[in-house]
Design a protein around this ligand. Sequence first.
Ligand code: NAD
Length: 481
Amino acid sequence: MPLENNNLLVTNGWINGQEITAKRLFSVVDPATCREIAKVSDLGAKHALAAIDAATDALGAWRTITRDERKRLILKWAALIEQNIQNLSEIVSLENGKPLREATGEINQCVALLRWFAQVSENLVGETLVAPNPSQRNYTIKQPIGVVACITPWNFPAAAVIVKAGAAIITGCTTVVKPSEETPLIALAFAQLSKQAGILDGVFNVLPCKDPVDVSQEFCRSEDVRMLSFTGSIPVGKELYAACSGTVKRLALELGGNAPFVVFDDAHIEDALDGAMGARFYNGGQICVGANRFLIQQSIYQEFAEKFAARVKTLKVGNGFDENTNIGPMINPSALKRLKSLVKTAVSKGAEVIIGGSQDKDRTLFFQPTVLTEMSPKMDAFHIEIFGPVACLYSFKNEAEALHLANATSAGLAAYVYSSNQERLARFSESLEAGVLGINSANIFANDLPFGGIKQSGLGREHGMQCLEEYVETKSICMGL
Ligand code: NAD
């Protein structure tokens, strides 16, 4: 059992710098083995209120210490995360199922993000403006927005916490985090390290809970919570959007995607295949920017499909702790059931399975890496997030049809295009309805690159300077002399 000697395995909630136990417990399960990893305290509405109070009380001290001191503490937190990378990666791999190598990459990303936030927080400054008359001075200041509630998903259980809480904390906000019920352990481990780093009690609180609704509703209702930062599915994002209207709090919504991956016949096909493998199969396909709809020009459709299937055949499905594993399990039985039904329905309507297509034999939550051809935009799979290791190939005749199909969804998070025609790429860059584009590249993340969706994929940006701006208010000051 990889967690036996892991001193960062904590199973209680975390409020005001203290572990909080609850009478009710819930199981966190390793999706690779379906065995229980730990029983975790199941916190509820009253704990949510206590955590909001702790964050509100901590705000006065945290927002008024110097920026340099906040930076020093955040950098200490980053250093402790880096020192504990093995234990933290094991926690992520075990509760999420992803390959240990990818979990380590995610923890490294957390360290890099905290360091980047610390570095660029110096650039969050107000402006001095030219006043309309000589006896007045007009200027702006940036102030932390206040208490930020963060609700995070299971697919990047570490990075989703750090990108929100790290940005909020460096700007002088305090936070209450509700991690996914599938993966609460990594947020609790981060809480231990925040205390060791000397981050003030009450600045980073964590509320594990089995049923997210009660705790989340307290966040939405609270006048003290000035911002809700949510990453998750579009339907839940919409519910939270509506629930926050009563308190008119700021919202950051990082929601689901339905990325097109367009390949023209003048593309460098091997580059497109490299990109396709990453964009569809990284994190077992359970990723918001995953290539959900491969749109392949008719003249190269067959060639692309065959070469893609040959590469997919080499992917190894298995336990994340096996170093040969490329694809871990689906997160839970309902995710597996949903994926199986999606493939079955597509096949019943004419799709062809050229590789994979079913649950991996003898293993409960594993699904074979799959390529489906002969897909049609009339099928459900065109319109919903697949969120698993299944690639769906559609064909198009010309540029106009490719653009129409690419934009024919209500989501708009990521989109990818491969072509060697620079003018066409320029046209697509401007016409694709998505917040993040990969143009002859599937490498679409960087600390300084704003990340987020348009249309129903969300509001606001994470990463980039814009991310820090989300957590501050700009106050305009007009001073008569
Ligand atoms: P989810 O919406 O089911 O859950 C996300 C979070 O919301 C979890 O903490 C969950 O406990 C909570 N939640 C669920 N139902 C709720 C409710 N009724 N009220 C309040 N809170 C509720 O999503 P998920 O399955 O954890 O994650 C996968 C989804 O997240 C996908 O749609 C994916 O695209 C999206 N996602 C988006 C990004 C992005 O940056 N845009 C990143 C990662 C994941």
